[in-house]
Design a protein. Structure first.
Length: 302
């Protein structure tokens, strides 16, 4: 089972930031002897408070994967997956996370969790997901990649020919699934996929389960307007729809926040007494959504 990390209470985070803003604003007004213009601390908290993190619509890129889907581009699925498709339907889905940080806001960690329903007979199960830690070294090259699905319904990527020389130090299992963009034999699901976050670490869990999650640490999240998470999942034939619950949150760099407001805010000091990471979580910016997704099924007797 996935060791699912409990998400923050996003409504409570909203309230805490509102209280923190009022406290710092009052303290700075008192210290500076003015009432109208915001001080540096209040401006910083206000920027964090007004930062938005939101989901895109997963219906926009929900694709039924069939043998014909791959034949059209000259890819023959393996016998194992052709046989599985007699009993289950495979789908590809992209879940986009839109990041709207206000100027100056710094984050250090991003989480995304997806929980598929119903449970039981028609329970969706994750076959594979992207990004994963195995692909960090490639993504860190900083070049856009064409992300595709190969004959094993697993990830292959295409990169610009001028970048091929940079593959020398990649792990063998990753290098084997990388090709020139013009020669890639895969069903392209995301063209020019990239993370412009500099140094980061990815932890992804949830394969063969109905709940999956990503944790991206030490990113320059403010440089990334949209983060895209890709999933292939399977459902028994005959499943007409699924429910999906998503939670995403970004945690502020608490050292950045403390450098501006720690001497002016009892709320922040009390949070820091417990744990710095917990304080960042309690001041998260995020989004939570639920969707019902109709499925375009193939025939049970196919």
């Amino acid at each position: 089972m996935t060791d699912k990390i409990a998400p923050p209470d996003l409504k409570q985070a909203e309230s805490l930031l509102a209280e923190l803003f009022e406290e710092v604003k009052i303290n700075e007004g008192t210290l500076r002897g003015i009432e109208s213009n915001l001080g540096m601390g209040a401006t910083t908290v206000e920027s964090l408070k007004e930062t938005k993190v939101s989901f895109g619509n997963p219906r926009d890129n929900l694709i039924l994967l069939t043998e014909e889907t791959f034949k059209e581009i000259g890819v023959e699925l393996t016998d194992a997956y052709r046989q599985q498709m007699h009993k289950v339907d495979f789908y590809y889905m992209t879940v986009a996370v839109n990041l709207y940080p206000r100027p100056g806001v710094k984050f250090w960690r991003l989480y995304c969790q997806l929980d598929f329903s119903p449970k039981g007979t028609y329970e969706p199960l994750v076959k594979t997901m992207f990004p994963q830690s195995d692909w960090q070294s490639l993504i860190k090259l900083g070049t856009g990649i064409n992300l595709g699905l190969n004959a094993n319904l697993d990830w292959s990527v295409g990169i610009d020919g001028s970048q091929i020389a940079q593959l020398a130090n990649l792990p063998g299992n990753i290098k084997a699934n990388v090709d020139n963009k013009n020669e890639l034999k895969a069903y392209i699901v995301i063209p020019d996929y990239s993370y412009e976050m500099g140094f980061f670490e990815i932890v992804a869990t949830g394969i063969d389960e109905s709940t999956c999650q990503w944790r991206i640490e030490e990113p320059k999240i403010q440089n990334q307007a949209t983060a895209k998470f890709a999933i292939v999942f399977r459902v028994p034939k005959g499943c007409q729809s699924i429910d999906l619950e998503g939670t995403v949150w970004a945690e502020a760099d608490i050292d950045w926040l403390v450098s501006y407001v720690s001497d002016l805010a009892d709320i922040l000091r009390n949070l820091l007494k417990r744990d710095k990471n917990e304080a960042a979580k309690k001041l998260s910016r995020g989004d939570q959504k639920k969707w019902t997704l109709p499925l375009a099924t193939t025939s049970i007797n196919a």
